[in-house]
Design a protein around this ligand. Structure first.
Ligand SMILES: [Zn+2]
Length: 499
């Protein structure tokens, strides 16, 4: 089986062959730290987190670099608005960004370079571009001359003629071509600045990603990722800078871009007032649900944010959680049900073996998480059927298989960054359960698992008899020991958080 990825530059899926056999180098454009990140940013970072996890799952070592843009017009403007200096603004939103990443359940990249700590590297690239005739300086500003670079427009599929046709009247007349872009900007008074050969100034945005990715990953690294909106001009310009300076290609082997997030069928825009911040949405739904929402759609397709779609994601997630809880509950409750092997057990065993392969096949097809989830839900159906049978007949073998099924679910959902599964209930239950069961059920138990089952049964009995005081007492006392009882159409489920 080989992994195929859609390469924006080739405009097709290609077999993924990394530069080094067992190590993948990946760079993803990080945030400009002037604000809290919104759901569109979150989609990008989750998409590449899943790609990161899947590459690791597939056995690759991955060097993952994601930068922080901590010098930019937007930061300067925000500093004026908030009455802070630009460093304080950057620090504030870097901290917020890290919180959001953690709350989203994203693994941190290995290297997180900051633009302001790599000014020297950027100056080197700019000097190189001037020397080789790809850049020119005017009044302390340095521009990249797009007409000098042959491949300009290849990534986005735009030609320079078309770009010129779309020229706006407000183009800087000093530029040789309207699409020429700034590598170095002379600074206005009060703005952050560094000494350069062309006077005090600061780097342009595009140069920072070329300089930092090349520094940490070298030319010709494997994956460069980002949102679809970065293809032009940002990534187009990154290629031009890096390849023009290095005098060789490619800068990057595979360009991967994730699709947009629409908000209730509209484009998300400040002017429409529909920008949704990650921290707001996480308060309402939590990271598992948000990730479920994202991975239910292929990362390159647009996705539509609506409350209904988030609710469906929550319901889908609950189906998986329920299966796990039902397994836990049965394994825990039914220690005494000794059964013989039931019919159909081989089929279930095969299903457990096969689900991982189906999952991987889907992910190998350009990280098709939607189809990978399809394999998971087929598996859930089988688990539920098997659980129903096992209520009456639970052999040692079926206990073993149920545990396997549970572990498999947790493992595969973990590749999507969705954390499931509490501590295994069958092990290490608190000894206090024995006393509690004795006091409530009025009978001595030897095993904690049996005591827990008896307590849950006692509560169900009390509810049937409308003895709400007793039912509530059981729930409360179990709660003190770390058990949460959840009533579902399939009966009561026990969730245990070991203290
Ligand atoms: Zn970038």
């Amino acid at each position: 089986m080989s992994l195929k990825v859609y390469n924006t530059l080739a405009r097709k899926k290609e077999e993924f062959i990394p530069r080094e056999k067992e190590r993948v180098s990946m760079y993803v454009c990080g945030p400009t730290v002037y604000n809290y990140i919104h759901i569109g940013n979150a989609r990008c970072y989750v998409a590449f987190d899943v790609i990161y996890r899947y590459l690791q799952y597939r056995g690759y070592g991955v060097t993952y670099v994601r930068n922080l843009t901590d010098v930019d017009d937007k930061i300067i403007n925000r500093a004026k608005e908030e009455g802070l200096d630009t460093k304080e603004v950057a620090e504030k939103y870097i901290k917020a960004f890290h919180e959001d990443m953690e709350n989203l359940g994203n693994k941190p990249p290995q290297i997180e370079p900051r633009a302001t700590e790599h000014i020297d590297e950027m100056l080197e690239v700019i000097k190189c571009l001037i020397e080789k005739g790809f850049a020119y300086e005017i009044d302390g500003d340095v521009f990249f001359e797009v007409q000098r670079f042959n491949g300009y427009g290849e990534l986005s599929g735009r030609t320079l003629e078309k770009m010129r046709a779309g020229e706006r009247v407000d183009v800087d007349k000093r530029k040789r071509h309207p699409m020429d872009f700034a590598l170095w900007k002379s600074s206005k008074p009060g703005e952050p600045n560094w000494d350069g050969p062309w006077g005090k100034g600061r780097p342009g945005w595009h140069i920072e990603c070329s300089a930092m990715s090349s520094k940490y990953l070298g030319m010709g690294f494997d994956i460069h990722g980002g949102g679809h909106d970065l293809i032009f001009p940002h990534h187009e310009n990154e290629i031009a800078q890096a390849e023009a300076c290095a005098g060789k290609a490619p800068f990057v082997r595979y360009w991967l871009h994730n699709g947009f997030v629409n908000i209730r069928d509209e484009k998300m825009a400040k002017s429409l007032g529909n920008v949704i911040l990650v921290r707001e949405i996480l308060k309402k739904y939590g990271s598992n649900v948000l990730r479920m929402f994202f991975v239910s759609t292929h990362y390159r397709s647009p996705i539509n944010y609506t409350e209904e779609n988030l609710d469906s994601a929550a319901a889908a997630l609950e189906r998986i959680e329920n299966a796990i809880q039902n397994i836990d509950y049965l394994l825990n409750k039914s220690e005494e049900i000794a059964g013989t092997a039931m019919s159909g057990i081989e089929g279930f065993e095969e299903m457990i073996k096969g689900v991982e392969e189906k999952f991987a096949q889907a992910m190998d097809d350009d990280f098709n998480t939607a189809s990978a989830l399809g394999a998971i839900f087929d598996f859930i159906k089988e688990i539920n059927l098997f659980l129903e049978e096992s209520q009456k007949n639970l052999s040692e073998k079926s206990r073993y298989l149920l545990k396997e099924a549970r572990d498999k679910l947790i493992k595969l959902m973990g590749v999507l960054g969705i954390k499931l599964g509490r501590k295994e209930v069958a092990k290490k239950l608190p000894g206090e359960l024995l006393d509690l069961a004795k006091s409530i059920v009025g009978q001595a138990f030897e095993k904690e698992g049996t005591a827990l089952g008896a307590l849950v049964d006692a509560r169900e009995k009390a509810r049937r008899e409308k003895d709400w005081t007793k039912a509530d007492l059981v729930r409360k006392e179990l709660g003190k020991l770390g058990f949460i009882l959840k009533d579902t159409p399939r009966g009561c489920q026990v969730i245990y958080e070991e203290k």
